[in-house]
Design a binder for this molecule. Structure first.
Ligand SMILES: [Zn+2]
Length: 261
């Protein structure tokens, strides 16, 4: 199948504005549309001969493709989040949400009985079901890609979680803005997305896998700029997890979060 038949945006070899900071983003690298990222536990789908070009912002380092910017949710479901998806991300359905729920339940154990939690982009309700079983007052899944969870719940939430989702969105500021709008004041967003390692340039295309739906890769600086646009700071907890907030609840004991920018 050709790029045009798939409805991919035509490639331009001129700079386009970065989706986060408007800086100049030139072409950076190219991989086959069926390439999965190097963390996909050894599984390799056959290449299909459709090149997906990625760009990198000279100012904030945000790495992205605009190839899918004209796709509907239905096109993402047909070509990426289809029956073959689980083979390139075997943990997404049960293991990752279960592990994440255990970590969140451990950390917020002293406060859970009074907490409203929203899980953003979780795909299924495994994470929230587990949180409810752990004794959280409320835990709700919101995912625009999944019909039964596509209605945005009312009100604000003490904690919004968002695991391994931001790398999948073609419009990062819209997604981060939608999350920010759900956060109570005080409150926070606990989220994960891998930021590039220091030796990224020597690792080739690393985490970049169109087959996984990895179309937006954020540097820590890019994340800080994106959250700033909504009045939030973000603090990296490690290379993969982050906490974003305007004001942290005092009782969480995190008021002096290190590295917040
Ligand atoms: Zn940028």
């Amino acid at each position: 199948m050709l790029a045009a038949q798939l409805g991919l945006r035509p490639i331009s070899n001129t700079s386009v504005p970065c989706k986060i900071c408007d800086g100049p983003a030139d072409l950076y690298g190219v991989v086959d549309m069926n390439r999965s990222c190097q963390t996909a536990q050894g599984f390799r789908a056959p290449l299909i001969g459709v090149p997906i070009y990625y760009r990198r912002c000279a100012d904030c380092g945000f790495l992205f493709t605009d190839a899918f910017d004209d796709w509907s949710i239905e096109q993402f479901k047909t070509h990426i989040y289809n029956d073959g998806y689980e083979a390139v991300d075997p943990d997404y359905r049960i293991k990752r949400p279960t592990d994440n729920a255990a970590a969140v339940a451990r950390f917020w154990a002293p406060h859970k009985a009074g907490m409203r939690v929203l899980d953003f982009g979780g795909g299924n309700d495994v994470f929230c079901t587990s949180l409810r079983a752990h004794g959280f007052a409320e835990a709700v899944t919101y995912d625009p890609m999944v019909p039964e969870h596509a209605t945005r719940p009312d009100g604000k939430f003490d904690l919004v979680t968002c695991f391994e989702t931001l790398e999948h969105v073609p419009d990062p500021l819209a997604t981060i803005g939608a999350m920010a709008a759900c956060v109570a004041e005080p409150g926070a967003v606990f989220y994960s997305t891998l930021t590039p390692p220091d030796d990224f340039d020597s690792q080739g295309m690393w985490y970049i896998g169109p087959r996984n739906g990895h179309i937006s890769i954020y540097t820590k600086h890019a994340l800080a700029l994106a959250w700033h646009a909504f009045g939030f700071k973000t603090a990296p907890l490690n290379a993969g997890t982050h906490l974003a907030f305007r004001t942290l609840p005092e009782q969480w004991g995190l008021a002096e979060a290190p590295g917040a920018a």
